[in-house]
Design a protein around this ligand. Structure first.
Ligand code: FMN
Length: 186
């Protein structure tokens, strides 16, 4: 059984997190551990028709972002890595500077100190020098992968759904999870 920690922060792109959780739900051998920031809760209502409860129901285990005593705050909790999707520039700054004042940030801190895989689906536009410096620093750390949710056209998308599945498919490929609808370049 793979255990993946999923963090959702308050950047635009909550539908990508929804899609990721839905795809992981279809994987019988993956257990998802979800933590959401307050910013994510606000953006969720702005960008999707889902309630907080509906999102939480898509995960196997859900944590309160204020609970710094939760299992994912410790390196002794065994898991296969973490995805922060979408990842705001505030959360990027917190991760880059080890400023772990909420559970999502602490879980990222743990991934880095344990040298586990940490995928950051960082989203902002335009990116400032501060954002780029933080992203550049993080990209040099073992296990950290910066994967902004960039649009791709080579798979000839017909819908937003097609664009989203390509982004989510690429992210999950990092963990060896292959989605049925993910079209690789041949
Ligand atoms: C509708 C909406 C969209 C936002 N989009 C972004 C974004 O794409 N990138 C970003 O860095 N911040 C974005 N923000 C701002 C963050 O939500 C804000 O900086 C927040 O403090 C992030 O905190 P968190 O990382 O703890 O969720 C957005 C806010 C709102 C309300």
């Amino acid at each position: 059984m793979k255990k993946l920690v999923v963090g959702i922060s308050g950047a635009s792109g909550i539908p990508l997190a929804v899609r990721l959780l839905k795809e992981l739900k279809k994987q019988p051998d993956v257990e998802t551990h979800l933590v959401m920031t307050r910013g994510a809760e606000m953006t969720l209502h702005q960008e999707t028709p889902y309630s907080l409860k509906e999102i939480c129901d898509m995960a196997d285990v859900v944590y309160d972002n204020h609970n710094l005593g939760a299992s994912i705050a410790s390196g002794t909790f065994q898991n296969d890595g973490m995805i922060v999707i979408p990842c705001s520039m505030k959360t990027i700054a917190g991760i880059a500077h080890g400023y772990s004042d909420n559970l999502l940030l602490r879980a990222c801190d743990v991934m880095i100190k344990e040298k586990r895989k940490l995928i950051l689906v960082a989203r902002e536009s335009p990116l400032s020098t501060i954002h780029l410096d933080n992203l550049s620093y993080l990209s040099k750390l073992s296990g950290v992968v910066i994967m902004p949710p960039m649009l791709t056209y080579y798979q000839l998308p017909q819908s937003i759904d097609d664009l989203e599945i390509h982004i989510v498919g690429k992210i999950l490929s990092q963990f060896g999870i292959e989605l049925e609808d993910f079209k690789r370049w041949k």
